[in-house]
Design a protein around this ligand. Structure first.
Ligand code: SAH
Length: 329
C-alpha cells in the first residue's frame, strides 16, 4: 500500500478497523527512512498581532479580548541565543501577520540569529515574493505555511479576505527560492469532508513538501467557531500517518495541538510517523498570550523545563534527541 490512490486513502480514513495497522506501518516507514532520532525545534512566538481573520484562530484581529504583544528584535535574539545554549539546532520564528516587522527588521533578526550555529525556520504568513527572497538571502533556511485546507470553498469560508491562490503562490515562491518548505492542514474544520482530507494528503505529495504539520482544529471561545466541536485526535493522527506512508523521508512534527487534546498526544504521534517536536522557547510572560487555541500546553513552563521534559519523554520510548540540524534526509 505504498502508492495510495485517493479512494484507498478515503477508505483508510473512514475505517477505524485499520488504524493499528496504519499507525504501525507509518512507524516502520519513519524508522526506515528517518531513523530513531527526534529533531527538536525551538519555537519563538514573537508577536500575536495579526491583520487577518482566520475563523478558527484566536489571534484574529477581530478578537478584542486578548492582550496583544510584540517581542522586540533584541529580545527575540536573546531568546534564540538561550535556545541555542539549551542545545536547539533549529530556531522557528512564528507570529501573526504583524506589519511592524518590515522586510528590513526581519532580515536583521534573521542575520543575527544565523550568527549562532543554528538552522532557521520562519512561520510568519503570506509575504511578497521579494520579501521571501530577502529573508532567504539574509539566511533563512526553511518556511512553514500550512495550506490549512485544499478545499477552495472551505478555504474561502475560513479565511475572509484571503485568497487560496495567493497561499499557493507563497508555497511555489518558497520552493523556487530554495527553502525547505513546510505545509500542513487542520483536521476537523466545520464542513470539512474526508474526501477533502484525502486531497490534502495528495497535495502534500504533489508539492513534495519537506515538512508537514497536521493538527486537530481546537475550538476557541472568542472566535466565530466557538460552538464547533474540536477535531478528532485519531483522525488527525491518521492524516499524519498517511502523510508519512506517502512522503517517507520528510520531517513531520508531533504537533502541540495533538498534545492539547490528548495528554500523551505527542508521544503517540512520535510512534505513528512523526519525527520532530517543536518545544516552546518563548519566555513565560508571553506564552499564554499566543492563544491560537485555548488550553495550550506548557504555558506556565520555562524553556529549560520544556527542554528537559520532552527529552525525558523521547528517551522513555527508546528514541534519541538529534544533535544535527535536521534537514530533510
Ligand atoms: N500567521 C502564520 C502562523 C499561523 S499559527 C501563518 O499564517 O502561517 C500556526 C498554525 O496554527 C496555523 O497554520 C493553523 O493551522 C494553526 N491553528 C490556528 N488556529 C488553530 C486552532 N484553533 N486549532 C488548531 N490549530 C490552529
Amino acid at each position: 500500500m505504498m502508492n495510495l490512490s485517493k479512494s484507498e486513502i478515503i477508505d483508510i480514513l473512514k475505517d477505524d478497523g485499520q488504524n493499528d495497522r496504519v499507525f504501525k506501518l507509518a512507524d516502520e516507514i519513519r524508522k526506515k527512512y528517518v531513523g530513531d532520532e527526534v529533531h527538536l525545534r525551538g519555537l519563538i512566538e514573537f508577536s500575536n498581532i495579526c491583520k487577518n481573520n482566520c475563523k478558527y484562530c484566536g489571534l484574529q484581529s477581530k478578537n478584542k479580548t486578548i492582550e496583544r504583544y510584540r517581542i522586540l528584535p533584541d529580545d527575540i535574539i536573546s531568546l534564540a541565543e538561550k535556545a541555542v545554549e539549551l542545545g536547539y539546532k533549529t530556531i522557528v520564528l512564528q507570529s501573526g501577520e504583524d506589519e511592524f516587522y518590515t522586510r528590513e527588521v526581519m532580515c536583521n533578526i534573521i542575520k543575527r540569529i544565523k550568527e549562532f550555529d543554528v538552522a532557521l525556520t520562519l512561520s510568519i504568513g503570506e509575504k511578497s515574493t521579494d520579501d521571501y527572497k530577502a529573508y532567504k538571502d539574509a539566511g533563512a533556511d526553511r518556511y512553514l505555511i500550512r495550506i490549512e485546507t485544499t478545499d477552495r470553498n472551505l478555504y474561502k469560508k475560513m479565511h475572509p479576505n484571503m485568497d487560496f491562490d495567493n497561499r499557493l503562490r507563497c508555497l511555489k515562491d518558497l520552493r523556487e527560492l530554495g527553502y525547505e518548505v513546510g505545509t500542513g492542514c487542520l483536521v476537523g474544520l466545520p464542513e470539512q469532508t474526508i474526501s477533502s482530507l484525502a486531497d490534502d494528503i495528495l497535495f502534500f505529495e504533489k508539492i513534495n513538501a519537506d515538512m508537514v504539520g497536521i493538527g486537530p482544529f481546537i475550538s476557541h471561545p472568542q472566535t466565530p467557531l466557538k460552538d464547533v466541536p474540536n477535531g478528532s485526535f485519531t483522525l488527525a493522527l491518521k492524516v499524519m500517518a498517511l502523510t508519512r506512508i506517502l512522503l517517507k523521508n520528510i520531517n513531520i512534527p508531533a504537533t502541540t495541538a495533538m498534545e492539547t487534546i490528548n495528554p500523551n498526544g505527542r508521544i503517540i504521534a512520535l510512534q505513528s510517523g512523526a519525527n520532530v517536536v517543536m518545544p516552546n522557547v518563548t519566555s513565560s510572560e508571553y506564552r499564554a498570550k499566543y492563544e491560537i487555541y485555548p488550553d495550550k500546553i506548557c504555558i506556565n513552563d520555562s524553556p529549560t523545563k520544556c527542554r528537559g521534559c520532552i527529552e525525558g519523554k523521547i528517551k522513555s520510548i527508546g528514541r534519541t534527541v538529534s544533535k544535527d540540524y535536521g534537514f530533510r534526509k
